[in-house]
Design a binder for this molecule. Structure first.
Ligand code: ASP
Length: 590
């Protein structure tokens, strides 16, 4: 037997007993004739002591130890002279009788402490050492708890966990596929699933009316923001449901997770907002509703007064930033520059200061009377002391820019408290999105999302204006300005699915080639169904109060999609290439 207890277990009541622990040497301190060794395992840290009374063998062994050696230590539990209230085991220590070195260690390339001295790249290369650190251990523990509670909840609701294949054919989530060449089928490729979307729908056709899976998804996207090429979803689908059933059930799941994993109570019921409201009021389909500063349209108030910039646009919108009227010229200039960054893309910024002393000052004083400026500020909901910021241009684009500005001001004013959880369902998404560049419609969610039954007439029309008005019973779960999940009620009729492909400009040959299997399945008694998927890594990070998902994934990739520990991706040898009937035309690596 390697150990009788773990390093996080012993307390005062164990004093006097002889125990054996096993673990890693965290730290060694010599004080006078005494040597203290902190021994660490997954469960905690326990202090070991060798002193003048210890046997020579113990003294020798302890003298040979270095950081991260794996040892087995036997000794008697004793009450500490100076207790450490910060450690669970801080009341006791082990007076060593015997020390066995199970395996020595090279000096680790960085310190295995809560705050390490190692840079990101170095820690990624030695991920297994980084994972020994407590913050990462806590992150993975939270992830485990979360998965466990997801299963508890969904199992109790009658869901079955069913695995779906990874080697499949292209799926339609709108990203690029990762592909895998088939040796047995020369010149042919599998695609890795961007999600199990089509499979879960086929499971509904098969009659498994409540399905879920905690499943890996693969999307070959540029990894700017905090994304990973492979990530995990809580993927779910249900039959004989309407949107209301799906929202209620998963609201329950989120409430269960908040309660059991972080002991937090969230709004009940979770508020809902239509996509149109979200765009008009927050300039985003994932509004952060922890703070106000809503967007207000002021177009009619500012047009027709000789300011040509406003007169020539479709839309002028404003936000009122609380308490920011005191901004100096330098600060407003900086903001005006800030909105011109490519991430925002505004051409310029107009402001109105509602000074504390009741006076009004604006960058467009020349064109407007004080009363006119006050009317604009009132429309934006500004009070004394607020700074009103205005942007203009095409409606949706400008709202989106105001949304970005709103979040930035929220950050600057400290209004986005990570300890506050403000969930929201965004509903009634448009079914389709027009793309000017390619001059065609794209599915806003994915091509299996059903048009609202009351919008079928528009859906069957060939006029762009009609198609643009079609809404879907599609919904996103948003938390603190982050989309955590989304789904929809699906198409379950072969003819509507065919029409959807037609609307998307996919020829019937292409539709048959890519998705014939599902159109076909819909001919054999497909039940009405719908579902959704949550981003599991992201939920874990948010619950853990972190921005980045990387810490919640045991072996993540860097932002070039590389695993720097494995050094993958990498070239494969010529024989393998030949077997797969592949030839590389990649440029030589420098
Ligand atoms: N497959 C969708 C996604 O990955 C989720 C869903 O519609 O259920 O976003």
């Amino acid at each position: 037997m390697y150990r009788t207890h773990t390093c996080g277990e012993l307390r005062l009541e164990n004093v006097g007993t002889t125990v054996t622990l096993a673990g890693w040497v965290q730290r060694i301190r010599k004080m006078g004739g005494m040597t203290f060794v902190d021994l660490r395992d997954r469960y905690g840290i326990t202090q070991l002591v060798a002193d003048a009374n210890s046997a020579q063998a113990v003294a020798d062994a302890v003298a040979s130890l270095g950081r991260e050696f794996v040892i087995q230590a036997t000794g008697r539990v004793a009450e500490r002279q100076s207790k450490n209230a910060k450690m669970d085991t801080g009341d006791i220590e082990i007076l060593l009788d015997q020390v066995n070195v199970l395996n020595p260690s090279d000096i680790p390339p960085f310190t295995i402490e809560d705050v390490s001295d190692g840079g990101e790249e170095l820690r990624a290369r030695y991920r297994y050492l980084d994972l020994r650190r407590k913050p990462l251990k806590n992150a993975l523990t939270l992830r485990h708890r979360m998965a466990h509670e997801v299963r508890n909840y969904l199992d109790a609701q009658g869901f079955m966990e069913i695995e779906t294949p990874f080697l499949i054919k292209s799926t339609p989530e709108g990203a690029r596929d990762f592909v895998v060449p088939s040796r047995m089928n020369p010149g042919e490729f599998y695609a890795l699933p961007q999600s199990p979307q089509t499979f879960k729908q086929l499971l509904m056709v098969a009659g498994y009316d409540r399905y879920f899976q905690i499943v890996r998804c693969f999307r070959d996207e540029d990894l700017r923001a905090d994304r990973q090429p492979e990530f995990t979803q809580i993927d779910c689908e249900m039959s004989f449901v309407e949107q209301e059933d799906v929202l209620n059930l998963f609201e329950g799941m989120m409430r269960h997770l908040f309660k059991t994993v972080v002991n937090a109570d969230i709004a009940n019921p979770i508020p809902r907002m239509s996509w149109y409201d979200a765009m008009d009021r927050y300039g985003s389909d994932k509004p952060d509703i922890r703070f106000g500063m809503e967007i207000h349209e002021v177009t009619p108030l500012v047009q027709g007064h000789g300011f040509s910039v406003f007169d020539s646009v479709e839309y002028v919108g404003a936000i009122a930033v609380p308490g920011a009227a005191a901004y100096t010229r330098k600060q407003t200039d900086e903001l005006a520059e800030w909105v011109k960054r490519p991430q925002v893309g505004a051409k310029g910024l107009v402001y109105i200061k509602m000074n504390e002393d009741g006076s009004v000052k604006s960058s467009v004083d020349k064109f407007y009377t004080e009363d006119q400026l006050r009317a604009v500020a009132a429309e934006a909901g500004a009070a004394k002391g607020d700074l009103v910021l205005l942007l203009c241009g095409a409606k949706r684009k400008t709202q989106t820019m105001l949304g970005v500005l709103r979040i930035e001001m929220g950050n600057r004013l400290g209004l986005r408290d990570p300890k506050v959880f403000a969930p929201l369902w965004v509903v009634d998404f448009p079914l389709l999105e027009w793309d000017d560049e390619t001059q065609r419609f794209y599915a806003m969610h994915h091509p299996f999302t059903a048009p609202k039954p009351e919008h079928m007439e528009w859906f069957n029309s060939n006029r762009k204006e009609d198609l643009e008005k079609v809404c879907a019973n599609a919904y996103d779960f948003v938390l603190n300005g982050t989309e955590l999940g989304g789904g929809s009620i699906r198409i379950h009729q072969a003819d509507i699915q065919k029409r959807m492909f037609e609307v998307l400009g996919i020829s019937s040959e292409e539709a048959d080639y890519k998705f014939g299997f599902i159109i076909n399945a819909f001919k054999f008694g497909a039940p009405p169904h719908g579902g959704l998927a949550f981003g599991f890594d992201r939920i874990c990070a948010l619950f853990g109060g972190q921005e980045t998902i990387r810490d919640y994934i045991a072996f993540p990739k860097n932002n070039m999609g590389r695993d720097v520990m494995l050094d993958a991706p990498s070239a494969i040898d010529d024989t393998q290439m030949e077997e797969l009937f592949l030839k590389s035309v990649a440029p030589e690596k420098k």
